[in-house]
Design a protein around this ligand. Sequence first.
Ligand code: PGA
Length: 260
Amino acid sequence: MKILIHDTAEAAEKDTARRLAQAVNKKPDSVLGLATGGTMTRVYEELVALYNKKRVSFSEATTFNLDEYIGLPAEHPCSYHTYMREALFKHIDIPEAATHLPDGMASDPDQAAADYEAAIHAAGGIDLQLLGIGHNGHIGFNEPSSSLQSRTRVKTLTEDTRRANQRYFASFDETPIYAITMGIATIMDARECLLLATGAGKADAVAAMIEGPMSANCPASALQMHQTATILLDSEAASRLANRAYYEYVHPKGDDSVQL
Ligand code: PGA
């Protein structure tokens, strides 16, 4: 794991966006794995800013999002289809047909999940996977106890995750219970992973991911087995790392000089 600790959330977010843009510049037809959540909104704002400055184009890229709620139509304001359209897709030059999210309204969600996994494979696999991390260590909606060998499938969300997402919905009862998510093995197949975590609320999950045992109890810890995983943190998210001084010695101030 490459662990880059920035002073501020803003610096970590900007670095994440620049790394993604750099990957697309190097390989314009990149297959990108994308993530949603509060952490990613400013990453997408920065990507849109880079696009507007003509520093990156997505016209040849393909995207696959990690997950989508079951039972929310794509047009629902809280669907991840809507999140992605509003945060990124409508502002950049990516063709709509090149953007993919799981079909949360499929009459057969298990089949929709299998089809999604097959579509990723047919696209040549994911070049760069963007990830957040939940307070409980989830990546995508792979909740604790998820098989580290899992593929795209239906998952039941934990109450913790539903409570974290409740802020987007009118009430807890309206927060979806099920989602289709890429599996951990699906994520591990990505040629490169970029995980961004900011804020003190993520510090325990980050420590478990980087320094804990590899365990289904912290699904993100599977990234310890990934050969090219970069973890971008702000100072608060890094605050529970026992070996922080070493990580900062290897990459002072998160500096790894990304050129655009
Ligand atoms: P957040 O979600 O960015 O809203 O904290 C992260 C996640 O659950 O993966």
